[in-house]
Design a protein around this ligand. Structure first.
Ligand code: XIL
Length: 312
């Protein structure tokens, strides 16, 4: 049995982010990928600096390879990410463009990428991490160049390029009850009133065993988004253990508990449609020194994997 097989019966998208480097070099990596998951997010290859490294040059080769693999194995692809203040090439940040030029650059970028993957990417993280934890706008490159309306413009432009794609706003520390999740809720209510196309919110959920998520608050937040007809995807889940605790059984069990609790919370919400982890093996994680994932460095399943199986 596998997570993928079990998730199918629950109509759940279960997924992982995916890296080009191990994908092309480690057979085990590819094998677990399509055995266990029905959905992928490409971890870095679609970020602007990688996919659009020069003004007139797009590099689709890495992401095309991964997207084609997904379609060969009947897996869905989440696109990540069109607008972010990280992963920006210097031709954009140091280009000294005017406001109008920056808008044109962003529009062309979004529409080029979204139309290239039309019909292949079912959901996009259109805007990533636009707010501080206190709910105010991040004073990032796009905000400074265009103003706060860069967010809604990005959604409108993406929708023009692929009217069938689901469009998400994605962030961290936005799953529970706090100023950031309130701001996002208000932004979406406003978008809905004014007809700005948006379909979902991504909860990154980078968390840790000493930072237990508040499940009640998460359910409540999911519910108020459901009332706006907004989907939720858990988009980048990982659960850090402290470096010292990494080897102990208690630490793995605590980690498993958090994975399991979040899966249950997602399954019990009508609008939580995807449970995506930010990688699957501790061998290839952006936080690898904290062993945050469900397979160990040798591709053996950890207690967290078994916990997910038991719940599904
Ligand atoms: C991270 C990748 O995992 C790293 O490999 C890369 O060096 C930096 O970006 N929030 C996001 C992701 O939305 O895109 C980030 O991914 C992790 C935090």
């Amino acid at each position: 049995t596998s997570l993928r097989e079990l998730a199918k019966k629950k109509n759940l998208l279960i997924g992982t982010s995916l890296r080009h480097w191990p994908f092309t070099r480690e057979h085990k990596y590819r094998e677990i990928l399509y055995r266990e998951f029905n959905t992928i997010t490409i971890e870095n290859a679609m970020k602007i600096e990688n996919i659009h490294p020069q003004p007139d040059h797009y590099n689709f080769s890495e992401s095309d390879l991964l997207v084609d693999f997904a379609s060969d194995h009947q897996m869905k692809v989440r696109g990540h990410t069109l607008v972010w203040d990280k992963g920006l090439p210097t031709w954009i940040t140091e280009g000294k463009y005017s406001k109008e030029e920056t808008k044109r650059i962003l529009k062309e970028h979004i529409q080029m990428i979204v139309s290239h993957y039309k019909g292949k990417v079912f959901a996009w993280d259109v805007v990533n991490e636009a707010f501080h934890d206190d709910g105010t706008y991040r004073d990032n490159f796009w905000f400074r160049s265009i103003g706060p309306e860069y967010i809604e413009l990005a959604f409108r432009w993406a929708h023009e390029a692929d009217p069938d794609a689901l469009l998400f706003y994605n962030d961290y520390n936005n799953e529970g009850s706090n100023a950031k999740s309130d701001t996002i809720y208000q932004m979406i209510s406003d978008f809905k009133k004014r007809g700005v196309p948006i379909h979902g919110v991504g909860f990154q959920l980078h968390t840790a065993i000493d930072q237990k998520p508040d499940l009640k608050a998460i359910s409540k937040n999911m519910k108020r988004l459901a009332d706006l007809n907004i989907q939720v995807h858990i988009t980048e889940l990982d659960v850090k253990v402290n470096k010292k605790q990494a080897a102990t059984k208690e630490a793995w069990d605590q980690q498993a508990e958090i994975y399991g609790d979040l899966l249950k919370t997602c399954l019990s919400a009508s609008n939580c449609k995807a449970f995506i982890m930010w990688g699957f093996t501790d061998r290839h994680s952006w936080l690898e020194e904290y062993s945050p994932l469900i397979f160990d460095k040798n591709y053996n399943p950890k207690p967290a994997y078994q916990k997910l199986i038991d719940i599904l």
